[in-house]
Design a protein around this ligand. Structure first.
Ligand SMILES: Cc1ncc(COP(=O)(O)O)c(C=O)c1O
Ligand SMILES: [Zn+2]
Length: 403
């Protein structure tokens, strides 16, 4: 039902457990696209429900069966009129997934493939969310999970790993170093890889966020879609999801896709700005938004090509803008996103300011992770105030703080 195609040289490969990337182009340039024969896939709008989990899309996913009992996807799409002065802001909130981030969409597919290929062990390297996602979802199956994380990952994410019973390898280094080590070990020990970009099926799981937006907007998708970008897989997947539904005749347009990176973790913005032919520019990344703190993005080629095809672009925001976005988003909408999740809101504000988004347009931002995953990011707000346990003292304080 599907084949694999190299994003750089276009060579087509038959799917097999051993094929992760194009051997000719290598792991950075040779990431693979999953391509379907759309003529043979028969789907209609009534096949999907706005709150169904991602298994409802199985006919456009590269899996035979769905292996976790946890509900992945079917996350809410909230719609706000006139927020930030534009026609409609839609918020796709993925903090409600089983392990509280967008990454569960990819993990569900990776687990299905590991079963299909008869692996007993699955591994990944992650800035935190893919790790906690693999730990949690693997715990709902019989697969053993080994997780490589930078020791600096936020404590809530590391706690998730241990609670779910995964085997944790905390590397005293960056995410990029953890990634490279994990790849060597995974290959040596014949484990299945749930590493971003390297495994082409992860993007297919992630695209279900776009498919859900199409269904939840009754097949009238927004004009613009905005998301935080680290390795570049999530943003690529959003294009791919809309593209699949467009090719299947379920929607009439593909939204412009805008990627948001932190100022000091802007490897993909730099590559995109340099122009074609896209060549990865690696940097040393440092940002408060740990999930997008990636200096050597693995899906940079797809991200640049797809964003260009959509007519979109990439933007930088400062850590200060991300921090303010967390608070503004939470106060205005009741949605508490982790820094990488709220980066999309900061990006929308910037895009409006720069005239990239017009006031007559509908924009959808993806809030990809739950704010409770990274409390440290907002610890400045937590004030150590102690009030004497007396009614008049409490009333005095209420008078001081009420608006
Ligand atoms: C919450 C969150 N948002 C955004 C991203 C960015 O996704 P990608 O690395 O595929 O660009 C991640 C990746 O870890 C994430 O955890
Ligand atoms: Zn190739």
């Amino acid at each position: 039902m599907y084949k694999l195609k190299c994003i750089s040289c276009g060579k087509i490969y038959e799917p097999s457990p051993k094929i992760y990337v194009c051997p000719q182009c290598g792991s950075r340039l040779g990431t693979l696209e999953v391509i379907y024969d759309y003529e043979k896939i028969n789907l209609k709008k009534s096949d999907f429900s706005p709150d169904g989990d991602i298994s409802q899309f199985i006919k456009v996913l590269p899996i035979n069966s769905y292996v976790t009992h946890l509900k992945v996807g079917g996350t809410p799409l909230y719609k706000f009129k006139n927020l930030l002065g534009i026609k409609e802001v839609q918020i796709k909130y993925d903090g409600t997934n089983p392990t509280a981030s967008y990454k569960d969409r990819a993990t569900a597919i990776a687990l299905a493939k590991a079963y299909e290929y008869n692996y007993e062990t699955i591994y990944c390297a992650s800035t935190g969310n893919a790790a906690s996602s693999l730990a949690g979802l693997a715990a709902s199956t019989k697969l053993e999970a080994f997780i490589f994380v930078p020791a600096s990952a936020p404590i809530a994410k590391i706690a998730q790993l241990y609670v779910y019973g995964a085997k944790v390898i905390q590397i005293d280094g960056t995410y990029d170093e953890a990634f490279d080590i994990s790849m060597k070990i995974g290959e040596k020990l014949n484990w299945y890889s749930r590493n971003s970009a390297i495994n082409p099926y992860l993007l297919e799981g992630k695209k279900t966020g776009a498919l859900e937006v199409a269904v939840q907007t009754f097949y009238d998708p927004p004009d613009i879609v905005i998301v935080g970008v680290g390795d570049g897989t999530v943003i690529s997947s959003l294009y791919k999801g809309f593209y699949d539904f467009y090719k299947l005749g379920l929607i009439n347009k593909i939204p412009k896709i805008i990627g948001v990176q932190a100022e000091n973790a802007d490897a993909i913005v730099r590559t995109f700005e340099k122009g074609k032919p896209y060549k990865p520019i690696d940097i040393y990344a440092k940002t408060l938004a740990d999930s997008i703190s990636v200096g050597k993005p693995r899906d940079v080629i797809k991200a640049c090509k797809y964003v260009e095809k959509s007519g979109g672009t990439f933007l930088r925001v400062s850590d200060e803008e991300i921090y303010s976005a967390i608070l503004e988003l939470a106060k205005n909408t009741g949605i508490f996103g982790e820094p990488a999740g709220a980066a999309s809101y900061a990006g929308l504000k910037k895009a409006i300011k720069l005239g990239i988004v017009d006031k007559n347009e509908k924009a959808c931002i993806f809030v990809t992770g739950n704010g409770l995953k990274d409390i440290k990011a907002v610890e400045k707000l937590i004030k150590p105030i102690k009030i004497e346990p007396k009614i008049e003292k409490v009333l005095e304080y209420i008078n001081e703080v009420k608006s």
